[in-house]
Ligand binder design. Structure first.
Ligand code: ATP
Ligand code: MG
Length: 650
C-alpha cells in the first residue's frame, strides 16, 4: 500500500513506568482499552456518571455525522460540577493558588471560589446577561478570570475567552463574530515586567462593537487609572460589593453551548470552535483522572493561559471538576529571571507539571544550570502539549526537570477535540521519546491513506473514526467550513489535519501538519522528523523546516535553526563548517533524502501567541511571497528580521 508520509526517524529508547508509580496509579488495569472498546457508550456513560447531573440522560449518543449529541436529555451545570459538589467534602481545600508576576500570592478555597463565582454570576445577571448570551473575557491570568468563566457557565452564558496578548483588532474580530453582549477585562496585566493596558485595548475594540452593552473591569493594581465610560463600564469590585452570594447553578441541557474559542492560527485564519457541556466535561474529567493521575494532595500546574483550549480543559474545567488544587501563574517564564518556573515549583511544591514543547526548548536553550539550582523533588509527573516534542527535548525534560523519576505524558489533542485524545496512561504505558503513544481508552484514532484505507504500520493522515464526548459541535456561525474542514475527506470520519505514523508496537508518532509536508523527489517528508534530527545535534535547541523550490529536485528542504546559548560562540567561529556538520548529521540520522539544502541560523522563529512555530510564514519568506494571515503572530519583528536575513543570504 502506498504510504502517504514517509517514516524516517527511528527511536528505540523506551521508559516503562516504575513499579512504584504503577502501584499507585489511578489507571492500572491493562485491560481498560479492550473494556472501553467492547462497549464504548457504556464506558463513557460510566465516566459521565461520576459527575453530578440534575437530570439523567436518556441516550448516551446520537450520531448524525457530523452532528453528535452526547447524553441527550440529561441536565447538568459545569460550574456546579467544579464548585458546589465539592463543598461538603473539600470546602476548605485550596482550589487555586495564584501567583502574580510581581510575586503576590493568593490562595482561594473551594468555598471562597464558590461564593465569588455565585456573586459574579449575579452581577452578570444584573447587567442583563441571560442564558445563551455570549460574553467575551479578555484578561490576564488572575483568579477573576477563572471566576468569570465559571460565572458564565453558572447561568448558561457562553464565554469566549480571548488571550490577553491579542491586539484590539483581534479582540474586535472575535467580539463581532460572537456578537458578544458584555466584555470582562482588567485595568492592566503584567507581562515580562511591563504593564499591559488591557482596558485601553478593550476600549479601542469595543468602539467598533455595537453589540457590547457593558464592560466589567477588574482592578489589577491599586494605582491603575483608566477611563470609565458612564453607563457602559463598571468596576468589578464595586459591582461585587453589593452582590448576593446566592445564585443557584442553572440545570442546562447536556448539549447547551458552554463556550466558543478560536484555534491558534498556526495553519491559517483561526476558527471559532464550539463546545457544549456534558460530553465536554466528562472527557476533561476522565482525562485528568487517568492521564495526570490526579490525587487529593496534588499541587497541579498546567502553565497554559486561559486564552487557549489547554487553559479551558486543563486549568479550569478538568482539574476543578476533579476537586484538585490548581496552581496558576500570571507572567512570563523568564521574569525576573529565567528560572521563575523552577522557583515556583520549589516554593509551592508542585507535583504535576504540564507545559508546551516551545517552553521546554526555551529551557534547553537557557541551559540546565537553572533547574539544577532548585529543589524540584516534589514533582511526580510531567506532561507536554501543543506541538510534537523532539526526542532530545523529551530526554532533556526527563533528566533535568523530572530527575529521571517522573513519567512524561505527551498528550496529542486540539482545540477541536476539547480533551486529550492520544496519550500515555502513566502507570500502564511504557513511553518512547517523541511518541504520544496510544489513543485514550474509548477514543478511536487511526492512520489513514488518501482514500481512507487503514495504514497499520507507517505514515499517513491522523483521523478519528468514531465520535467522542468532547468533540467540537461546530465552527461558530459557519457550518459549511465545519463540514469542509473536518468531514469532507472521508465520510463520517474526522480529519485532524495532522500527519502521523504508527510503529510495530501500535504507537502513534505525530509528524507535523499535513499542510507542511515536504515532497522531495517523490518522498513525502513530515517536518517533525527532520527537525528532530537537527535538534538531536548537541548544539541545536530548536529547528523548523520547510520546502523550497529547487531546480533539480523540484523541492528541497530549508532549515531554520536556533543554536543553544552555550554553543553559539563555537558554532559561529566557522559557520560554513557548522552548516555542513548539521547537514551531515541529518543525513546520518534519518537519510540523505532529508538532508537540508539550505540552513539559516536565527535567534528566533515566527510563532503564534501560544508558542507554535508558524511554518507557513517561513514558506512565505523562503519563496519571497507576501505573508499570509499574521493576526496570531506573536512578534512581527521576528519575521521582518528573518526575511531580511534570508534575502541577504540568497
Ligand atoms: P489552527 O488550527 O488555527 O492552525 P492550531 O492547530 O495550532 O491552529 P490548536 O488547536 O491550539 O490550534 O493546536 C492543535 C494542534 O497542535 C494539533 O493539530 C497538532 O498539530 C498540535 N499538537 C498538539 N499537541 C500535540 C502533541 N502532543 N504532539 C504533536 N502535535 C501536537
Ligand atoms: Mg488546528
Amino acid at each position: 500500500m502506498a504510504q502517504e508520509i514517509d517514516a524516517l526517524l527511528q527511536e528505540s529508547r523506551t521508559f516503562p513506568p516504575s513499579e512504584e508509580f504503577r502501584k499507585q496509579a489511578n489507571a492500572n488495569d491493562p485491560e481498560i482499552w479492550a473494556k472501553a472498546k467492547a462497549d464504548r457508550e457504556q464506558y463513557w456513560a460510566d465516566w459521565a456518571a461520576e459527575l453530578d447531573w440534575q437530570t439523567k440522560w436518556d441516550r448516551v449518543l446520537e450520531w448524525n455525522p457530523p452532528d453528535a449529541k452526547w447524553f441527550a436529555g440529561g441536565k447538568l451545570n459545569a460550574s456546579y460540577n467544579c464548585l458546589d459538589r465539592h463543598l461538603a467534602t473539600r470546602g476548605d481545600k485550596v482550589a487555586l493558588i495564584w501567583e502574580g508576576e510581581p510575586g503576590e500570592i493568593r490562595r482561594v478555597t473551594y468555598r471562597e471560589l464558590h461564593a465569588e463565582v455565585s456573586k459574579f454570576a449575579n452581577v452578570l445577571k444584573s447587567r442583563g446577561v441571560a442564558s445563551g448570551d455570549r460574553v467575551a473575557i479578555y484578561m490576564p491570568l488572575i483568579v477573576e478570570a477563572v471566576v468569570a468563566m465559571l460565572a458564565c457557565a453558572r447561568i448558561g452564558a457562553v464565554h469566549s475567552v480571548v488571550f490577553g496578548g491579542f491586539s484590539s483588532d483581534a479582540l474586535k474580530d472575535r467580539i463581532q463574530d460572537a456578537e458578544a453582549k458584555l466584555v470582562i477585562t482588567a485595568s492592566s496585566g503584567y507581562r515580562r515586567g511591563t504593564i499591559v493596558p488591557l482596558k485601553k485595548t478593550t476600549d479601542a475594540a469595543v468602539a467598533e462593537c455595537p453589540t457590547i452593552e457593558h464592560v466589567i473591569v477588574v482592578r489589577r493594581r491599586d494605582e491603575d487609572e483608566v477611563a470609565m465610560q458612564t453607563d457602559r463600564d463598571v468596576w468589578y469590585h464595586e459591582a461585587m460589593a453589593n452582590a448576593d452570594a446566592n445564585c443557584e447553578a442553572v440545570p442546562l441541557d447536556s448539549e447547551h453551548m458552554l463556550y466558543m474559542l478560536y484555534t491558534s492560527g498556526s495553519t491559517g485564519k483561526p476558527k471559532g470552535i464550539v463546545h457544549t457541556t456534558g460530553g465536554y466535561l466528562t472527557e476533561c474529567y476522565a482525562t485528568c483522572k487517568w492521564v495526570f493521575d490526579l490525587k487529593e494532595n496534588d499541587i497541579y500546574w498546567c502553565t497554559a493561559d486561559i486564552g487557549w483550549v489547554t487553559g479551558h480543559s486543563y486549568v479550569v474545567y478538568g482539574p476543578l471538576a476533579c476537586g484538585a488544587t490548581v496552581m496558576i501563574y500570571e507572567g512570563a517564564p523568564d521574569f525576573p529571571k529565567k528560572d521563575r518556573f523552577w522557583d515556583i515549583i520549589e516554593r509551592h511544591k508542585v507535583t504535576i507539571f504540564y507545559t508546551a514543547p516551545t517552553a521546554i526548548r526555551a529551557f534547553m536553550k537557557w541551559g540546565e544550570a537553572l533547574p539544577r539550582a532548585h529543589d524540584m523533588s516534589s514533582l511526580r509527573l510531567l506532561g507536554t502539549v501543543g506541538e510534537p516534542i523532539n526526542p532530545e527535548a523529551w530526554i532533556w525534560y526527563n533528566q533535568n526537570i523530572g530527575g529521571e523519576r517522573c513519567p512524561i505524558v505527551d498528550t496529542w489533542w486540539q482545540t477541536e477535540t476539547g480533551g486529550i485524545m492520544i496519550t500515555p496512561l502513566p502507570g500502564l504505558v511504557a513511553t518512547k521519546p517523541g511518541s504520544a503513544t496510544k489513543p485514550f481508552p474509548g477514543i478511536d484514532a487511526e492512520i489513514l491513506d488518501e482514500r481512507g484505507n487503514r495504514v497499520e504500520v507507517g505514515g499517513g493522515y491522523l483521523a478519528i473514526t468514531t465520535p467522542w464526548p468532547s468533540m467540537l459541535r461546530g465552527i461558530y456561525g459557519d457550518p459549511e467550513r465545519f463540514q469542509e474542514q473536518y468531514w469532507s475527506k472521508w465520510p463520517g470520519i474526522y480529519f485532524t489535519g495532522d500527519g502521523a505514523k504508527r510503529d510495530e508496537d501500535g504507537y502513534f508518532w505525530l509528524l507535523g501538519r499535513v499542510d507542511d509536508v515536504i515532497n522531495v523527489a517523490g518522498h513525502r517528508i513530515g517536518t517533525m522528523e527532520v527537525e528532530s534530527a537537527l535538534v538531536d545535534h548537541r548544539s541545536v535547541a530548536e529547528a523548523a523546516v520547510v520546502g523550497i523550490q529547487h531546480e533539480i529536485k523540484g523541492t528541497a528542504i530549508a532549515a531554520f535553526v536556533i543554536v543553544k546559548e552555550s554553543e553559539r560562540e563555537e558554532a559561529m567561529r566557522d559557520p560554513a563548517k557548522f552548516e555542513q556538520e548539521l547537514k551531515a548529521h541529518v543525513s546520518e540520522k534519518i537519510g540523505a533524502i532529508a538532508r537540508p539544502e539550505k540552513i539559516l541560523m536565527t535567534a528566533d522563529l515566527p510563532k503564534t501567541r501560544s508558542g507554535k512555530i508558524m511554518r507557513r510564514l517561513l514558506r512565505d519568506i523562503a519563496e519571497g511571497r507576501a505573508l499570509g494571515d499574521v493576526t496570531t503572530l506573536a512578534d512581527p519583528s521576528v519575521v521582518a528580521t528573518l526575511k531580511e536575513k534570508y534575502e541577504e543570504e540568497n
